[in-house]
Design a protein around this ligand. Structure first.
Ligand code: F6P
Length: 537
């Protein structure tokens, strides 16, 4: 089988390359830096510090060709059913396509509907920002509590942190976790009369989000009066019927479609809080940045295609060299949530052990991703990156210009990023003092943004979305389902019932003892507003 031969060739190339140092490849391959540096939608990717030789790169490209990546990409953009276990397209690219596009989801035209929702978001945000639309007492909204979890949280939270003004006119707070401490922190100091609560859930059935939504509504009503919170509540969902059942009317609901995956949904009405907080033009530019990357992904040849090359570099480490972990270090405080965002994007998309067709995979799939902003990470986990027993490839994300604060801070930040990538690769020999010996030969990618703007942020997120897609195609799995999250949800419902006094369904001894120990004898006496008592949960 051609595909198997391509895998064998990749493995052989990687084994050969592992006998050479990355540094030496620059001497042996004069065109290496140019061949492994690509531009895409304003971003620059330098993949020359990755462990592949140009021969290894060519083996990786063959693998992509053999997987018929071109056809898979065409199917994605054509809105064909690529999420085969849920029988859905994955058409997030339609959400950021320019006005007038003609995107189709499984044959159905969807662009007009998307543009109508964009217009509604633009109108509503303008009304809220101008104070024309305010709360029940007529006061303008000064703060938004965005309630949602997973894909209904991580993208908007990242966008807000990345682009928020230092002193915003409208403050955004986020509540995802069912830990009551999260909502308590979100509401602290806010005036209910000036607070808009946006409940974001694709399904509108997620336990944490409904519980936090109910508690937030109770917080509003405690101050505004019973039944007086309606004008302070907005829903964003692909399931408006459930939102209605929750008590949010259709004219206060912004919809998106079921073919938008949660972790790919920031481009949809899920971004509404950011649209209000940042203003429509910022969000429009964010969409445009992603659309520019989409155009690059569709148009650039494989060997100059940024998401393809980034995927192949990661895959070379994963499948060629058995490296199961990757670090992501943005040298930008404003991107400190990037690793958390990528954890869902990559690990929920590709953390699979069976193929799209259900066969057990013959090869390893997604890497574990972790990280934090540089330089903070340098003073925490970089010790292991430099001298640990495992080789952990790093993605550096760096902005060239427009840094906040004194120029000297910018220079120090950039110097640290560049130096760390160099240190990881070249190391430093010290045979006399083993503790001071740096083995080097540790790979990294360097992703350079001219500045952190709505456009570059959009392009950066789209870059990783498509690189995740490329990996999924090559691993032959369904990147758009997430069955692995279901079992825990089911068991949590059972355990919850038992914590509240229901008979045990029978568990292993450890679980049984934990339930017995944590069963709260006063749980049944909680107040009527407790989310636990709501029949919808
Ligand atoms: O449990 C995982 C998950 O389904 C994610 O895929 C999703 O982003 C998140 O929960 C939230 O789901 P929803 O938007 O339906 O509340």
């Amino acid at each position: 089988m051609a595909q198997t031969a391509a895998w064998t060739a990749l493995r052989a190339a990687a084994t050969q390359d592992s006998a050479r140092s990355i540094r030496s490849l620059f001497d042996d391959e004069p065109e290496r830096l140019d061949r492994l540096t690509v531009e895409a939608a304003g971003l620059t990717l330098d993949l020359s510090k990755q462990p592949w030789s140009l021969g290894g790169l060519s083996a990786a490209l063959d693998l992509a060709r053999d997987a018929r990546l071109d056809l898979a990409r065409d199917r994605l953009f054509a809105g064909e059913i690529v999420n085969v276990t849920e029988l859905r397209p994955a058409l997030h690219i339609a959400l950021r396509a320019p006005d007038g596009a003609d995107c189709r989801a499984n044959g159905e035209p969807v662009s007009a509907g998307i543009e109508a929702v964009r217009l509604a978001m633009e109108d509503f945000s303008a009304q809220v920002r101008s104070g024309q639309t305010g709360g029940v007492t007529g006061r303008p909204f000064r703060s938004i509590i965005h309630i949602g979890i997973g894909g209904s949280d991580l993208g908007p939270r990242l966008v807000w942190e990345a682009l928020r003004p230092l002193q915003p006119e409208i403050e955004l707070r986020f509540a995802a976790n069912i830990d009551g401490a999260e909502l308590a922190a979100a509401v602290t100091g806010l005036d209910p009369e000036e607070t808009l609560v946006i409940i974001v859930s694709k399904t509108f059935r997620t336990q944490e989000t409904l519980a936090n939504g109910i508690a937030a509504k109770a917080w509003l009503e405690a101050s505004l009066g019973p039944g007086k919170a309606d004008s302070h509540l907005v829903a964003v969902t692909a399931n408006p019927e459930e939102a209605l059942r929750f008590g949010i009317a259709a004219d206060r609901t912004f919809a998106f479609r079921e073919w938008v995956g949660g972790r790919y949904s920031v481009w949809s009405a899920v971004g509404l809080s950011c649209v209000i907080g940042l203003g429509w033009p910022v969000f429009r530019d964010f969409l445009a940045g992603a659309a520019a990357l989409d155009a690059h992904f569709c148009g650039a040849p494989l060997e100059r295609n940024a998401p393809v090359l980034l995927a192949l570099a990661h895959l070379y480490n994963r499948n060629g060299l058995d490296r199961p972990v990757r670090a992501v270090v943005p040298y930008a405080r404003r991107l400190s949530l990037f690793a958390a965002y990528l954890q869902q994007l990559e690990m929920e998309s590709n953390g699979k052990r069976v193929s799209a067709g259900g066969a057990v995979l013959e090869r390893a799939s997604a890497t574990s991703v972790f990280g934090d902003a540089g330089t903070n990470g340098q003073h925490a986990f970089f010790q292991l990156l430099h001298q640990g027993t495992d080789v952990i490839p790093v993605d550096f994300v760096v902005m060239a210009q427009d840094h906040e604060g004194p120029p000297s801070h910018r220079d120090m930040l950039l110097a640290n990023a560049i130096a760390q990538a160099e240190a990881l690769m070249v190391g430093r020999v010290n045979l006399d003092e083993p503790h001071r010996h740096f083995p080097g030969n540790r790979p990294s990618s360097f992703i350079l943004l001219p500045r952190l703007s709505p456009e570059t942020l959009g392009a950066l997120l789209a870059l990783y979305e498509h690189k995740t897609f490329v990996e999924g195609v090559i691993w032959d799995l369904d990147s758009f389902d997430q069955w692995g999250v279901e079992l825990g949800k089911v068991l949590a419902r059972e355990v919850l019932a038992e914590l509240k006094g229901a008979d045990s369904k029978g568990h292993d001894p450890s679980t049984s003892r934990l339930i017995a120990r944590l069963r709260d004898p006063v749980a049944g006496e909680q107040g009527a507003t407790s989310p636990d008592r709501d029949p919808r949960l």
